[in-house]
Design a protein. Structure first.
Length: 130
């Protein structure tokens, strides 16, 4: 159950980022039931990729970046989150999943949206990690 809520939280956050940020997008149909049929499996796979990248790569990058994080009073964490989203977009492109992140600023804005949405969804469904 915990895995499912984690995956759905990531999927909702990714879908919101793709909807709000120009440059974070899923390819394919753009309206109607065809859009849902085409994009929901891709959304779940990309959410899984983002979760795996965030779980394994982000801690290593964070530890290696401690001096930058301290000097920037934590703002460098936005760059790390943007890098995780960009890496997810690159992996999705390599796997031909139809998910793209175009550029650094799209990745930064997308990372901010994903962070905020993850926080909101965790508060709404209740975070069972406590």
């Amino acid at each position: 159950m915990r895995f499912l809520s984690w995956l759905l939280t990531n999927a909702v956050a990714l879908a919101t980022a793709a909807w709000l940020v120009d440059g974070v997008r899923f390819t394919g149909p753009s309206s109607g039931t065809a859009e849902l049929e085409h994009k929901w499996p891709t959304l779940l796979v990309v959410a899984l990729i983002l979760g795996v990248v965030t779980s394994f790569v982000k801690p290593v990058l964070t530890v290696l970046s401690i001096p930058f994080i301290v000097v920037t009073l934590g703002l460098f964490l936005l760059v790390i989150n943007a890098a995780m989203l960009a890496l997810t977009g690159w992996l999705a492109e390599q796997l031909d999943l139809g998910f793209r992140v175009d550029g650094f600023w799209a990745a930064v804005l997308g990372a901010v949206v994903i962070t905020v949405m993850t926080w909101i969804v965790d508060r709404l469904i209740g975070d069972d990690r406590r």
